[in-house]
Design a protein around this ligand. Structure first.
Ligand code: ARG
Length: 468
């Protein structure tokens, strides 16, 4: 099927005898998603109008009318009253079309010295900068939920796992605070991406700069960018900033998926370490007894989507020659989707974490099960001069015997222990107490209560730094 799309909203056409084919137009239209950039596009347009006035392309009166029209346009967008036309190719074209309707020929002056190539690169940077700030704030809220839970449960024992097998007892708070530091690196990746993308690119024109005397640094000042891009070709061609933001989102979503999985496990009747609050649980349409941790599952599942966003974007940018290529229009949806997914996920998982009610008895009973104090017993032998290699063997034998009898380490006869190794005298029994095992691990980053208290203060400081 072919036909002619009308050209009212097109920013080009002079050199063509006919308008674009309907199918070609449909492929290229991007207003369905780039409309989200209206705020950034209008901010860039305001900065550009000021620069045009400085170089004399707009007089004072024209500048005032232009800025007032830009404000009215922003008002329309903000109140959801900006009407896109089928003939608008993208948000830049729609806004220019509207300005021409509003201001007549003056509206057509704004395009001088700029290109959609530098416009879109600027818009997306501004959008990403704000997105990073917002996500970092949301990460701070989740960190706070962990710090609050860690504080409320200080002193509670819990099993620490490797290979999902009980390994050594820890404080529940130590486990919860681990997420604060994981999330802190996620926040750090977003902050790094934000700082690196904080470069102004307007004034680059299509790729080589412009001949009008526009000052690239002036755009940086108007838009609050930290720097001006050093190379106009790089400025319009680069999307590694979008890759970094999406990558930081993907890694964050993976952190959250690990958390989601732990909550699912904890909430199962097999573990039964915690119950998810009613507001973050769902029922079953058939099984009346069910209390499902759907939020945690969805958070786990969303990681696949965000990873997909990153893979798609990497694949789009791969092998593109300098400078701008229309493929780059495909950059926006993955970035928007990754960020918007996390904006949805983070508050939900934050509420879920805050709603967790832990079962002290279950956690404490599990903290010693599975011979979780075997390492401690071996270390006791080390302190008594036994080489660790030998201590490991001996304690392995102790565990084997206990397992045969169906008892824990403290269930073996002291005489039998002493037979296995002379260093295994009655004094080693002190090592069969999980509280003692936790208390001995008193290095500043370990699980003893005093250490965890200090860690908690540091974690609270870190979480607070991202909020508000
Ligand atoms: N819609 C385009 C994009 O998102 C804007 C830039 C178009 N530039 C061009 N020369 N066709 O990338």
């Amino acid at each position: 099927m072919s036909g002619d799309a009308t050209d009212a909203g097109r920013l080009w056409g002079g050199r063509f005898a006919t308008g674009p084919d309907v199918a070609a137009w449909a492929l290229g239209v991007s207003t369905s998603f780039d409309r989200h950039l209206w705020r950034q596009d209008l901010a860039g347009s305001g900065a550009h109008a000021r620069e045009l006035a400085r170089i004399g392309v707009l007089d004072d009166d024209e500048l005032a009318r232009m800025l007032a029209a830009i404000d009215r346009c922003a008002e329309l967008f903000a109140t959801d009253r900006f009407a896109f036309l089928d003939t608008d190719e993208d948000v830049h074209g729609a806004i220019e079309r509207w300005l021409v309707e509003e201001l007549g020929p003056l509206g057509g002056k704004l395009r001088a010295g700029r290109s959609r190539n530098d416009q879109i690169a600027s818009d997306l940077r501004l959008w990403c900068r704000e997105a990073c700030d917002g996500l970092i704030g949301l990460v701070g809220e989740l960190q706070t939920a962990f710090v609050d839970q860690a504080e409320a449960h200080l002193g509670w024992l819990a099993p620490g796992y490797t290979h999902l097998q009980r390994g050594q007892p820890v404080l529940l708070s130590h486990h919860l605070l681990a997420y604060v530091w994981m999330l802190e690196r996620d926040a750090g990746r977003l902050a790094d991406a934000r700082d690196r993308l904080d470069e102004s690119v307007l004034g680059s024109g299509a790729l080589a700069g412009q001949t009008l005397g526009l000052d690239p640094d002036a755009y940086a000042r108007h838009l609050g960018f930290a720097r001006t891009a050093a190379n106009t070709m790089d400025a319009v061609a680069s999307r590694d900033f979008a890759l970094e933001v999406t990558s930081a989102c993907a890694i964050l979503s993976v952190t959250l998926s690990r958390l989601g999985e732990e909550i699912v496990l904890w909430a199962s009747s097999e573990f039964a370490f915690a119950e998810v609050g009613d507001a973050f649980s769902t029922g079953s349409s058939i099984m009346p007894q069910k209390r499902n941790p759907d939020v945690a599952e969805l958070v786990r599942g969303k990681a696949g989507r965000v990873i997909g966003d990153l893979m798609g974007l990497l694949t789009t940018v791969k092998a593109l020659p300098l400078t701008y290529n229309r493929d780059l229009q495909e950059d926006k949806e993955p970035v928007f989707d990754a960020v918007e997914t996390l904006r949805l996920v983070l508050p939900a998982i934050t509420g879920t974490v805050a709603s967790l009610r832990f079962d002290r008895a279950r956690l404490e009973a599990a903290s010693v099960g599975g011979f979780a104090l075997a390492t401690d017993l071996a270390e006791e032998l080390v302190l008594r001069g036994v080489p660790f290699r030998e201590a490991h063997e001996v304690v392995g034998e102790v565990v084997r015997r206990a397992e045969e009898r169906g008892v824990d380490l403290d269930g073996l006869d002291p005489a039998e222990l002493a037979e296995l190794h002379p260093a295994l005298d009655a004094g080693v029994a002190v090592r069969f107490d999980p509280r003692q095992a936790v208390a001995r691990r008193d290095a500043v980053n370990a699980t003893a209560e005093a250490s965890v208290r200090e860690q908690l203060t540091a974690a609270r400081r870190v979480a607070d730094s991202h909020r508000g």
